[in-house]
Design a protein around this ligand. Structure first.
Ligand code: SF4
Length: 260
């Protein structure tokens, strides 16, 4: 359940103000049609949209549709997208999903959440991007790092798990606004409500934000624990409990009398 606070109850009005601040908010993955958006979104996991947009023109020039990508070799796809992170796993996923589209959906992208999440590399987030951007029928709100951070700062959720945040946002925001909620919060996060130093002075919804001017630590990912150095391997002699010098001395003492 979302918080029962004034800020949470005002979420639809605050969202409308954010939409007015960022009227150009949209999906920034370059694509032409549902197949290309699906592939680009799978490739965007743990990678920026800018990085994905640099490799997809080459990828889609070679493999413009599901049939072409289904027939691709893993090695060639890897070479084509090797400038983004996890390119090997992503190559496997996009070839796998293209094969499934050909075998089970006539080469077309299905329009239901249930069918989309059965494709390799496709989770709720990716499926909602495609359903929302292409057909305007999302099954929920896409929750990425910006949406997660800003919805916490605005007091729309106290959850930290993306599935729980999505549930809270869906309860607060009317369904027709689900798609624009994520694009708008993502633009707000990129332009004003930065993770480290949010520009609360310049924020047009500061009066509706319970975290205004004290937001630095709200909605941030917990810092990674410091790395513990692995213990260095011990020399064989020390392992046996006898220092090398002591071992030598023991050998000398054990020599029979009269030997050199
Ligand atoms: S007031 Fe500050 S913390 Fe709140 S949404 Fe605006 S920039 Fe983010």
């Amino acid at each position: 359940m979302p918080p029962k606070t004034k800020a949470a109850k005002a979420a639809p009005q605050t969202l409308a103000r954010l939409v007015a601040i960022h009227p150009d908010a949209h999906c920034e993955l370059d694509h032409d049609g549902p197949f290309q958006l699906l592939v680009a979104t799978v490739l965007s996991a743990q990678t920026t949209d800018v990085a994905v947009n640099k490799i997809t023109p080459g990828l889609f020039a070679k493999y413009p549709d599901a049939k072409a990508l289904a027939a691709a070799t893993q090695g060639d796809v890897e070479r084509t997208i090797d400038r983004i992170g996890m390119f090997r796993q992503k190559s496997k996923n996009i070839i796998g999903l293209a094969k499934k589209l050909v075998e089970q959906h006539g080469g077309e992208v299905p329009r239901s959440m249930e069918a989309l999440v059965k494709l390799p590399g496709v989770g709720r987030k990716t499926a909602n991007v495609v359903l929302g951007v292409v057909w305007g029928t999302p099954d929920g709100v896409v929750v990425d790092t910006h949406v997660s951070r800003i919805s916490q700062r605005l007091g729309w959720t106290s959850a930290t798990d993306p599935a729980d945040i999505e549930r809270d946002l869906c309860a607060l925001i009317p369904k027709p606004d689900w798609d624009r909620t994520s694009h708008t919060l993502i633009f707000h996060g990129r332009r004003i409500c930065f993770a480290r130093k949010p520009d609360c002075e310049g924020c047009g919804v500061a009066d509706a934000c319970p975290s205004a001017h004290k937001a630095e630590n709200v909605g941030r990912k917990p810092p990674r624990p410091p790395r513990v150095a692995a213990p260095r391997p011990q020399p064989a002699a020390a392992k046996s409990g006898k220092p090398r010098a002591a071992k030598k001395a023991a050998t000398r003492t054990a020599k029979p009398a009269g030997t050199k």
